[in-house]
Design a protein around this ligand. Sequence first.
Ligand code: MGD
Ligand code: MGD
Ligand code: MO
Length: 818
Amino acid sequence: LVPYKAKPSSPAQGEWVASTCQGCTQWCAIEIFAQNGRAVRVRGNQASKSNHGYVCPRGHMIPQQMYDPDRIKGPMKRTNPVKGRGIDPKFVPITWDEALDTVADKMIELRKAGETHKLVYLRGRYSSTSTELLYGTLPKVFGTPNYFSHSAICAEAEKMGPGLTQGFFGYRDYDLEKTNCLVAWGCDPLASNRMVPNAIHRVHEIAKRGTVIAVDPRLSNIGTKAHEWLPVNPGTDGALAGAMAHVLLTEGLWNRDFVGDFKDGRNQFVAGKAVDEAAFVEKETHGLVKWWNLELKDRTPAWAEKETLVPAAQIVRVARTMGKAAPKTVVWMGPGVAMNPRGTYAAMAVHALNGLLGSIDVEGGVWQSPTGPKLGSFPKADAYVDEQAKKAAANKKLDGRGAKDMPAMMGARPGSGVVTNNVANGMLKDPGAVKVMIASWANFNFSCTGADRWDKAMAKVPFFVHMVPNPSEMTQFADIVLPSTFNSAEGWSIITNMANGYAYAAIQQPTVKRLWDVKQEETEVMWLLAEKLKAKGFPNLFDYYSKEFKDPETGKAPATAMEFSAIATKMSSAPIWAAKEALPGDAPIKGWAEFRKKGMFSGARYPLKKNWGGKFATATKKFEFYSETLKKGLLEHAKKYETTPDDILAVSGYLARGELAFVPHYEAPKRHGSVQDYPFAFVDYKSRLNREGRSANLPWYQEFKKVDPGDVSWNDVVKMNPADGEKLGLKSGDTVRITSPAGAIVTQLRLWEGVRPGTVAKCYGQGHWAYGRVAAKDYAKAIPNGANNNELLVDDYDRLSGSTARNGGFTGVRVQKV
Ligand code: MGD
Ligand code: MGD
Ligand code: MO
């Protein structure tokens, strides 16, 4: 096979305009082909070292998302005061002027009543830099502690793995160019997770020279290409990881350079036998022998087979393959491991394998984020924060973070992590807590588990403003709808991310003329709203925006919303294009015009062994197999409640007690619904066509849905193993009701060997009862096409991180023919 190298050249007349895709969290630098004022095609930014000039299938969907005929064309107000699912809001068009007057009036009422903390802002997706002008500034200057990002419904629990072992609470990068053994564990990097274009680019090379392994209860895209597929029993990843660690240690396959060795060079790791701590000298790590004695010594493959349902022989074979390829072995851990009620420990267990394998920070291994170009920060808003705002900001947050049973220890600091999905519970408990709510780029009535709680909570909000391009589920509860730009093609901002060893900053800029009366929420809308607030007696926000922001080229202050948007973007990116000396990384960019044309700048490649030699950001500065970092955090949280870590773990739903709590270990999965009543574990995953929750209205999504293994175009099937189908007398094409302790959905069944018996799998993304004519079967009657998994999944949390559970088979379901 001759690899396809040629980049297609287009005979079409037009211009490639640089921008950034935000269809997933990779935030690829892209170029959009603009022809006679129309965006028609998308490719990766040709200068990108992270995506190699290509986008994944979702990038190609940008024109359809942008020109979606169901986009909101102008501001609207609600005329039906009754709110609820299926209740027509009776929206009528209004002007931006009227819309923002109304919003400002409501906000001024709060200021006058001394209740500014009753303003709540919810943020879904956002831009890297201009989010500071809304999320960062509005709550601070206006005065409310109640601003919440979506990140805890995203993948926060995953960060606890690298966080509590190596002090890096972030997403890892992987040197796939040099990797010889890739283990995709609880994620599907050819289809989702981060770095999809780079994974597509590299995985076939790894498969040729080495080994690709997939750990996933369902046959994923990478599973179909892998040498080994381990269809793990959902929620038992900690057991599988423990057994692999057991094999690596008993067979002497750990990496001596990183981990160290026994003083006498003789391997004393023998199943069932404790080891003397003094016998082993560690190098870059801390607590290996403690980990062995507390957890690993009894975690034999035979034991793990019973928990994980993965054959012991396969566990041994795979562990040996990983060990032999080390340190060029990558354990790429994803939310499938972590986003479950005991996910913190599973994430630690799986990520700790990278420590044993010595793949941390080495060639072919697992890296922390490279350093990208330094960006300009916005001027401080402190001088515009008055006493009232300061006092109000001290109120309690609605998401319950830091409660005794919700440690939310992001960064190992108790109470520091957002608990997004718990906001709905906070609202239901105290209906008076929210008077004015603003949300942007979020659709929590669809994207959060236990979705009906959001329907109930939002129905009670007296005044809700939604800033989105599509009339989604959450929009149906709005009093004012402010149509947003589709930011990848219509907005201004600077977006940062990393992949393939490089961190970069990329521009978003207006690619073509806007067809509809839309505005960018973080910049344009904030400017106009601030102007209104000033006119009504609260000048602080407008004074900050209009006095502190200056065009870095001309020194001119913004005079209009559009100027504010562009100037903020220029301020963020000026250190790149106005640098006095060449920056590490790409060739210098000279001036704003050249930056707009090139669209991105990548920093220097990740330096190897960056954190070796005692530079990890942990309590011991080492890679911690015994997490002193977690211990410190848990003790601090326990102290606040005058209790013990054991008590905290008990009330938060974890099983470990004593010292076990501080090492990566297996916790038997928590499950809602008895196996008797709900015999199947539900497996949720993303479509390779999901632009998060926002592509179901695109005909291309529906037409090409079959690209997801086991799925069917123009359908939203639930997949069951044929052996289970036979037992229940069910066949492909049957309409079935899936019932969980939280709710029920109806969809079509497909029998498929790619799910393990005892589980059913269904893709997330469809089941919209709003959004548009393709996503919903009947938008007017609120009847969905397909079914939303979040009406089934139970509202529960990995409480150490505050994350919402969606994986690990924690929701039991039954399947019946209707
Ligand atoms: P989305 O649902 O992707 O975001 O969930 P949310 O943060 O709620 O999009 C929300 C809204 O953004 C849409 O209604 C759309 O109208 C609007 N929008 C689209 N483009 C733009 C734009 O350019 N500008 C603005 N202002 N708005 C825009 C995401 C969340 O969902 C995440 S991150 C994850 S990882 C979870 N994934 C997931 C899953 O895999 N399974 C299940 N069951 N639930 C999940 N929910 C989570
Ligand atoms: P999840 O959607 O949670 O994470 O996105 P992903 O890495 O895709 O997928 C969970 C995976 O784990 C699935 O393959 C599922 O089958 C598997 N799984 C479920 N339970 C278990 C279990 O118990 N054990 C194991 N080992 N596996 C299990 C994260 C990332 O993806 C995020 S946060 C966002 S916001 C982006 N969204 C996105 C998107 O919407 N679409 C696509 N195509 N890519 C995306 N990339 C980003
Ligand atoms: Mo996410």
